[in-house]
Design a protein around this ligand. Structure first.
Ligand code: ADP
Ligand code: MG
Length: 440
């Protein structure tokens, strides 16, 4: 089947899925999640309005300050364009990197503003700061059809502290609040949570809405069979998702370093592979709960084992029952690849989060790449989350061959754990506070 036919099959499957009821949605997302989306918010009159767009423009920069991957900027362009097309003045805000509570010239949003100017082909001004008189007067001088980019929000420590006074200073810059920063939705910061209370007119941008829509479908009535392929570095990172999906999936495929903690829990030898000793009991309890519910957990039946967990190592395939004491598990083996790929091929819904091995080393990347290809070849709803998994998918050139690639690693994990994300909760908060209620 060609890629286009597969995509269309997926779209049809997508349409056919029952729209979740309000109650089931609320249950899935820990109580909340239905909020206004930009294009579905008829009360939002954007004409001549100053529209604050909180985006996730935290792009990687090289030593010369050039953007090495613009995916996050590209992903939020539809929201900025929508505001422009409806006569609003977009005021785009984001954090970038981890400045230590003060201005850091190397973490300026200037490269982002330059990128937006080229991508949108409209005048784009970079403000000297993200709050204050100079920013307010710059905004007052702009006209709809132009764009203002605020300087890095994290140049102010109040941003991450969700300081109310700072939130009000941000809110003062705009008439309408649009949150498109899914990647930051799990953080209760001034720009993602605190400032929303000052707006009557607020909505989710297209990117945020799509992320929530897709991830929600994994929690609410996913088309069975639903298989979750989990891997990566640590059990502790993924155990919350695993637990929350226990009642929703038919099977888990577990690879990566986290598999060794599960294998240890089963009493299997794992050599010198990475094991979280303090999580072995937790893994055993999870295995027992899954068995009680009739959920299958597939663990590796063979491994690629190496004498060093580094490039240039000597490797060989070993069976899971005979793991040599002196070797490291660095990837899943060929029989495991086949078993996991068959699960994915038979699934109508799959979630992949976490590489199957140390995929940064080419010689250890076969398992991870095989999972990426299995997802790409499926006609079901295939969702990929997690920074490293997304990077692996990109390395295989397969981003557009799956249903959805999440732009938010931490946020997508917390959403799938069933936690309420502060950024989403803030958008639903109906009663706007009075600006005047906060001291200036
Ligand atoms: P994601 O970002 O997709 O959520 P994680 O950050 O949890 O994934 O895990 C990715 C990391 O896990 C990679 O750096 C990879 O090298 C590491 N990893 C995967 N398998 C192993 C293994 N067998 N031993 C050690 N590290 C591993
Ligand atoms: Mg990672």
């Amino acid at each position: 089947m060609g890629a286009e036919a597969r995509r269309m099959g997926r779209e049809r499957e997508w349409q056919a899925q029952r729209r979740p009821t309000r109650r089931s949605v609320a249950y899935a997302a820990g109580g909340r999640s239905e909020h206004a989306a930009l294009a579905r918010a008829p009360f939002l009159d954007l004409a001549a309005k100053r529209v604050f767009i909180r985006a996730d423009l935290n792009v990687p920069l090289d030593a010369a300050g050039c953007i090495t991957d613009a995916t996050r900027i590209v992903a939020t362009l539809p929201t900025i364009r929508y505001v422009l097309e409806h006569g609003g003045l977009p005021i785009v805000a984001s954090h970038l990197g981890r400045p230590k509570g003060g201005p850091a010239p190397e973490l300026s949003l200037r490269p982002v503003a330059d990128y937006l100017r080229r991508a949108l082909d409209v005048p784009v001004e970079l403000a000297p700061n993200c709050v204050g008189d100079a920013v307010e007067s710059l905004i007052a001088r702009q006209r709809p059809g132009q764009v203002v980019v605020l300087e890095n929000l994290r140049f102010h420590p109040e941003e991450e502290k969700n300081d109310l006074v700072f939130a009000e200073r941000l809110a003062r810059l705009a008439d309408v609040y649009v949150d498109d920063a899914f990647g930051a939705a799990h953080r209760a910061h001034a720009s993602t949570a605190g400032m929303a209370r000052f707006f009557r007119d607020k909505a989710a941008g297209f990117l945020l809405r799509r992320e929530v829509d897709v991830l929600q479908r994994l929690l609410v009535a996913p088309a069975p069979p639903f298989v979750a392929v989990l891997g990566g570095a640590k059990v502790s990172d993924k155990i919350g998702v695993l637990e929350n999906l226990l009642g929703r999936v038919q099977a888990f495929c577990i690879g990566g370093a986290m598999a060794y903690t599960f294998l240890r829990a089963q009493g299997k030898p794992v050599g010198r592979s990475r094991v979280e000793a303090d999580k072995v009991d937790l893994a055993a309890a999870t295995l027992a709960r899954a068995a009680a519910r009739g959920v299958r957990i597939l663990l590796p039946v063979d491994h690629l084992a190496a004498d060093r967990a580094q490039a240039g190592a000597t490797t060989r395939v070993v069976s899971a029952d005979d793991f040599p004491a002196n070797l490291f598990g660095v990837d899943i083996g060929p029989q495991t690849i086949d078993a996991f790929a068959q699960e994915i091929a038979a699934a109508r819904t799959a979630l992949w989060n976490g590489p199957m091995g140390i995929f940064e080393v080419d010689a250890f990347s076969r398992g991870t790449m095989a999972i990426a290809h299995a997802l790409a070849e499926s006609s079901g709803t295939m969702v990929v989350g997690g920074g490293d998994s997304v990077a692996a998918l990109a390395r295989a050139g397969l981003q557009s061959a799956v249903t959805h690639v999440s732009t938010g690693g931490g946020a997508s994990l917390e959403f799938l754990e069933g936690r309420a994300l502060p950024g989403l909760v803030a958008l639903e908060d109906a009663a706007p506070a009075e600006h005047a209620a906060v001291p200036r």
